[in-house]
Design a protein around this ligand. Structure first.
Ligand SMILES: [Zn+2]
Length: 362
């Protein structure tokens, strides 16, 4: 179990405050024998006293029961360690609210760990599905996009099968509750039933800077109306691919920012593994600070269309507030995105294009 940081000091404080005589005396009639207090042992049946109280512990010469005030309360009240500390604190006037606070923190931490495990289990499921017979269409789609098996594995790409509740059943069988699954957007409720949130989609895990999966992006394979679907995550904090791109940002001396996860994967495959993506079109101050910690130069590689231009403009204000960062922009030709461009012109063509980066802020 995780240690409470405040527990050792609090434990000493409580033990100092406790009067063993008073604590034990509430249940055991104590009498003086020599300069020690003794009574009938509360831990075993006896006719004559062999239970002794010392300043900081008790000891029974009959059954061997032995311990301090905390173990006494644990045994007598049937309490856990922390609850025994709280019980003693209240009884002997020691402030134990810090324990409530740490317990709350640990509760939240446990909860986050539980949800994180669900996400990891779901990821295992999606990856296994991509490799299975069910994943054939998804594999064909990835091949068509020109993505190698190797780069797909590096990004942990998977497949959510065309089935109403296969993931739900898989994770329920492992003890996951519907409420938890819907909190991490893996299932959704419809009337009294739960259904898989992602169906017949290529699944891309979205990771934080430490490489922990925080969400998924799903690209539709059939004729679904919603082409891209994401589970909830902090879009303003996470840069897709940052966990894998940081090292190359340092080596190359600049970061590349694109707009979609398939662009990132295609760029990494082409050797530009300093590429990350924003979800949606806004590059936030938090994104820029994260980039600034890895490199002094950021190159935005946005689509040639109007949305791309508008996105580039939005960055201006934010970048001015994050000092020491040179932000440049490369306009792709109309109708091209980084993925299509690098496929058409290769890594060399992309490198040439990048030489035409211009400063966003003069
Ligand atoms: Zn005893």
């Amino acid at each position: 179990m995780t240690q409470f940081s405040s527990t050792p000091q609090l434990k000493d404080q409580i033990l100092r405050a406790v009067q063993m005589e008073q604590l034990v005396g509430e249940e055991v009639t104590l009498q003086k024998r020599g300069n020690r207090l003794t009574g009938l042992c509360p831990f075993h049946d006896e006719k004559s006293p062999s239970f002794y109280i010392f300043d900081d512990h008790y000891h029974c010469f009959g059954c061997g029961a032995h311990g301090d005030a905390i173990s006494y309360v644990q045994a007598q009240q049937g309490l856990g360690f922390i609850d025994a500390l709280k019980w003693l604190g209240r009884r002997f006037g020691v402030d134990v609210t810090a324990l409530d606070r740490s317990e709350k923190k640990i509760g939240e931490w446990r909860r986050r760990t539980q949800l994180a495990k669900l996400i990891v289990d779901a990821h295992d499921f999606f990856r296994a599905k991509l490799a299975s017979a069910q994943g054939e269409e998804a594999r064909a789609y990835l091949r068509e996009r020109g993505l190698s098996v190797e780069v797909c594995e590096r990004f942990g790409v998977g497949y959510a099968p065309d089935h109403a509740r296969e993931l739900y059943q898989f994770l329920s069988a492992r003890g996951a509750s519907a409420a938890d699954l819907s909190e991490v957007s893996l299932v959704q409720q419809y009337r009294d039933s739960y259904f898989d949130f992602y169906r017949h989609r290529v699944m891309i895990p979205i990771r934080d800077i430490q490489g922990r999966i925080v969400a998924f992006g799903g690209r539709a394979l059939g004729g679904q109306t919603v082409k891209y679907k994401n589970s909830r995550f902090e879009k303003g904090e996470i840069l897709f691919g940052m966990d894998q791109a940081r090292k190359q940002m340092r080596t190359a001396g600049f970061a590349l920012v694109v707009e979609g996860y398939f662009d990132v994967i295609a760029m990494h495959q082409a050797g530009f593994s300093q590429t990350v993506a924003v979800q949606g079109t806004a590059l936030t101050r938090s994104h820029l600070r994260s980039l600034a910690s890895a490199t002094p130069r950021v190159v935005l590689l946005f689509d040639g269309d109007k949305a791309g231009a508008a996105a580039a403009l939005k960055v201006v204000e934010a970048s001015l507030e994050v000092g020491g960062l040179q932000v440049q922009v490369v306009r792709l030709p109309e109708g091209e995105d980084p993925d299509s461009y690098v496929r058409k012109y290769g890594p060399q063509g992309m490198s040439q294009l990048l030489e035409h980066a211009v400063d966003l802020v003069e």
